[in-house]
Ligand binder design. Structure first.
Ligand code: TRP
Length: 344
């Protein structure tokens, strides 16, 4: 975990993060998010991980696909090493306190703050008048996801930085308006550029589930053969690998493949290049392929097994919701007290 992670003394060190079950998990989701979530499990933190189905429906989701994608994301979490005993694993809609606190935060957040959110502008595009109200309010619900557990640390990608600043603003304003010290000021734990996985066909574009070319990405559901084939066909350049990271600066495809190797092997880029510097891709690609298949094929295999047992997944999520509500419910009740709601 990164240095500089600090904890407010009064709050239990608790990690919360979420991923939208909108389908198509890639190596980017694994290395950029899920693997980091796995690494944060342990004695230092309580860990709560969430499939944010209520966020997913801020844009249209086919109901059957949403159900499938929620279970598949859950299978992806577990297959990657999220232990549903050690971590609390939930889908958002089964813990109603998220939406309940979300409403309170709709009344704390200001229109001016929300209008500055770049993700809304990007997602709504030119036709903002036709975007859902939920898409506009999305970051207030995200703040509620985090603060309903008094979470202190939130691992996210770079693109979520602004939403975490908003979360801190909402907590600060709530505490100030009501004269309390109730919500923690959450620390973002931002993913570095090194873990950003790029397209296998174009090293300047992020690996994406929506790229029309399936060869551009490794899906978490790909089996060993598919993974090996995609790495064999990945775009490269004609030069040998450098022996220092600096030599990758203007070589986006080479850099991406070395980054992927380093992330999968839990090594630094410099350590990888110390081993493979001077090698041609004809030699490096089979090494990368072997490592990727070794690490990823068991995950897709386990995901497939779990997807054949949807009842097992649903049981895990039911148990997660129960444990989550034991934390969230008292915090919601205290929030209502603070705000002045009659509890009879
Ligand atoms: N907005 C996040 C994303 O798209 C997902 C998310 C929802 C989330 N609620 C969260 C992430 C709370 C961290 C904490 O990536």
């Amino acid at each position: 975990m990164s240095d500089g992670v600090q904890t407010q003394a009064a709050f239990t060190p608790r990690v919360f993060s979420g991923i939208q079950p909108s389908g198509g998990l890639t190596l980017g989701n694994y290395l950029g998010a899920i693997k980091r979530f796995v690494d944060m499990q342990g004695d230092a933190f309580e860990t709560i991980y969430c499939m944010v189905d209520l966020h997913a429906i801020t844009v249209w989701q086919d109901p059957a696909a949403l159900r499938h994608n929620t279970r598949e994301l859950c299978a992806g979490f577990i297959a990657s090493g999220i232990d549903p005993e050690q971590s609390v694993l939930i889908n958002q809609s089964q813990v109603p306190e998220h939406a309940q606190l979300g409403w309170i935060f709709n009344c704390v957040a200001r229109m001016g703050w929300m209008k500055r959110m770049t993700q809304f502008k990007d997602k709504a595009g030119k036709n903002a008048e036709n975007a859902s109200l939920g898409l506009f309010g999305y970051p207030a619900l995200m703040a509620a996801d985090i603060l309903i557990y008094h979470a202190t640390h939130v691992p996210v990608g770079d693109d979520q930085k602004q939403h975490l600043e908003l979360t801190r603003d909402i907590a600060t304003k709530f505490n100030h308006d009501f004269g309390v010290d109730f919500f923690p000021i959450t620390e973002p734990v931002i993913e570095g550029a090194a873990t950003r996985v790029m397209s296998l066909r174009d090293g300047s574009k992020k690996m994406s589930k929506s790229d029309p070319s399936d060869a551009s990405r490794i899906n978490m559901t790909d089996d060993g053969d598919a993974i090996a084939k995609k790495i064999r066909k990945a775009k490269t350049d004609p030069d040998a690998l450098p022996s220092e990271a600096k030599g990758l600066e203007d070589r986006p495809e080479a850099r991406n493949l070395v980054n992927i190797y380093a992330a999968l092997a839990d090594m630094s880029v410099d350590d990888v290049l110390r081993d493979v510097g001077g090698k041609q891709f004809g030699e490096f690609k089979p090494m990368l392929s072997e490592l990727a298949v070794e690490k990823l094929a068991p995950i897709s295999g386990e995901m497939a097994r779990l997807m054949n047992e949807p009842a097992e997944i649903d049981r895990i999520l039911a148990r997660g919701a129960e444990r989550a509500r034991a934390i969230a419910e008292p915090i919601l009740q205290q929030t209502y007290e603070i705000v002045g709601m009659v509890r009879s």
